[in-house]
Design a protein around this ligand. Structure first.
Ligand code: NAD
Length: 489
């Protein structure tokens, strides 16, 4: 059983024009703790009306407020303060994130929350390093390229890394002088609610960040994507949702940036440091219960070492401590929801029919009503198995043997997704060939999840449209304008 204490059910409001406000309709929905199945909060249910209210507040803040007129360094000071306050409230935010998601508290404390603060600190510094291009084709002409804010921007985020991904968008969006409306995932509203208090305390002018809770399709999310005063949408979530948002946003010709689904490949060659590769492959497959777009969710192993690698993987997977997410020793918590558990279990059924389950794949009843699933490993699957091709977004790892570099490259690329891959080998030439050949936005060589926030982040094919990170984010959240001068000399 989990040791979580019963807490008071709180109410989470929207944040519009610098104030916490209830829904006009008075309607709300429940937020669950997935580790117990209990309701921990009721959340204001926003729709078209609340989006109208929030966009109007953001528009007013953009057109009449101080934010877009401030100097870059003044804006950066406020962003830095937001980052500092996130760190100062790290414990509280980590508890909230774990309560909403079921992820281990250690991950929230050492990953999600400090990285959310880092997003603000990073963009506060980075925006100040932007330079402008000036072209001088003749002595009496100057063409200056300036970057200007877009206006009101819509930000739509998923539940797997709630505060981390929201701040990944909010920080560069605000750094460029925009105002915005955030629609957090309906499963995980809590840290966005707390962020509203933090930005107020940091001195962010009213209406610059607005937060509307609610559903996606037919709800607040869709209303945001259709609103004519919203100039751009930055979205992270499922590929299918990306398609729907692109169709809706096309009506008002919004600029879009999409971070979508993935089916990351981990590729282990016989000439790699096998122990290191195995450790990393396990982390890549099961971190955050496998609910990471960048997860190494299909493992390719060179035939000659397949037996050894599989034995080592299974041993490590059996040792993963699944349990109460609030315990610091827990390594894997619960899945996000009953619906998601059902979806992951439907893949387990397919795996059991088609292949060989080596460990895990069971709902852990001893942990109570929470959505806990033991991490699983499958082998002997047919090449066209859905376990190998579809994004499961859970702790399920199919292992596939390969004979040659050429063969594995072809198989890895034969996917609708193209977000990330990891290659393990000590042969530098092979690593280079593989990293050039893999059709994905990110390739890690002998590592996984190594990130520098200045680099472009995003996917090819059905994994995304555009890139975020460093100047790629700042370019997305702005318009380039050319101002040309002619002088009389
Ligand atoms: P989702 O697409 O179901 O929901 C994401 C957000 O979109 C939520 O806020 C939801 O309310 C909203 N939404 C849903 N339908 C909408 C619509 N028609 N119009 C407007 N908004 C709508 O995704 P999810 O289940 O929350 O997250 C998991 C998915 O996110 C996985 O596919 C994962 O790979 C992906 N993801 C990608 C990245 C990346 O960087 N590429 C990062 C994290 C998660």
């Amino acid at each position: 059983m989990t040791t979580q204490v019963k807490r008071k059910v709180r109410h989470l409001h929207h944040f519009i024009g610098g104030e916490y406000v209830p829904s006009k309709s008075g309607k709300s929905f429940d937020a669950f703790n997935p580790a117990t199945g209990e309701v921990h909060a009721t959340v204001a249910l926003g729709g078209k009306e609340e989006i109208e209210q929030a966009v109007s507040a953001a528009k007013d803040a953009f057109e009449n407020g101080p934010w877009p007129q401030m100097s870059v360094s003044e804006r950066a000071d406020i962003l830095r303060r937001i980052g500092d306050l996130i760190l100062a409230r790290r414990e509280e935010l980590a508890q909230a994130e774990t309560l909403d998601t079921g992820k281990p508290i250690t991950e929230s404390l050492t990953g999600d929350i400090p990285r959310s603060a880092q997003n603000f600190h990073f963009f506060a510094d980075y925006v100040q390093s932007l330079s402008e291009d000036v072209f001088t084709p003749t002595p009496n002409e100057r063409h200056i390229v300036v970057r200007e804010p877009l206006g009101v921007v819509g930000l739509i985020t998923p539940w797997n890394l709630p505060l981390y991904l929201a701040t990944w968008k909010i920080a560069p969006c605000l750094a460029m002088g925009n105002t915005c409306v955030l629609k957090p995932a309906e499963w995980t509203p809590y840290t966005a609610f707390l962020l509203a208090d933090i930005v107020s305390q940091a001195g962010l002018p009213k209406g610059v960040l607005n937060i509307v809770h609610g559903l996606g399709a037919d709800g607040a999310g869709e209303a945001l994507t259709r609103h004519p005063d919203v100039r751009a949408i930055s979205f992270t979530g499922e590929t299918g949702t990306g398609r729907a948002i692109m169709a809706a946003a096309s009506q008002t010709l919004k600029k879009v940036s999409f971070e979508l689904g993935g089916k990351g490949a981990t590729i282990i060659f016989a000439d790699s440091d096998v122990d290191d590769a195995v450790n990393t492959a396990v982390r890549a497959a099961y971190r955050n219960q496998g609910q990471i777009c960048l997860a190494g969710s299909r493992l390719f192993v060179e035939e000659s070492i397949q037996k050894t690698v599989v034995e080592k993987i299974v041993e490590k997977v059996k040792a993963i401590r699944v349990g109460d997410p609030l315990q610091k020793t827990t390594e894997m918590g619960s899945l996000i929801s009953k619906e998601h558990l059902d979806k992951v279990q439907s893949y387990l059924e397919i795996g059991n029919k088609e292949g060989k389950l080596l460990t895990g794949g069971e709902r852990i009843k001893e942990l109570g009503e929470g959505y806990f699933l033991s991490p699983s490993v499958f082998t002997d699957l047919p090449a066209n198995s859905k376990l190998i091709s579809e994004e499961i977004f859970g702790p399920v790892l199919p292992v596939v043997p390969f004979a040659t570099e050429k063969e594995v490259l072809k198989t890895v690329n034969d996917s609708q997704y193209g977000l990330s891959a990891s290659v393990f080998s000590k042969d530098v030439d092979r690593c280079f060939r593989m990293s050039k050949g893999i059709r994905s936005g990110l390739v890690w060589v002998n590592c996984w999840f190594a990130r520098d926030l200045r680099t472009p982040f995003g996917g090819m094919k059905s994994s995304g449209v555009g890139r975020e990170g460093g100047r790629y984010s700042l370019e997305f959240f702005s318009e380039a304008k050319t101002i040309s001068y002619k002088y009389k000399l």
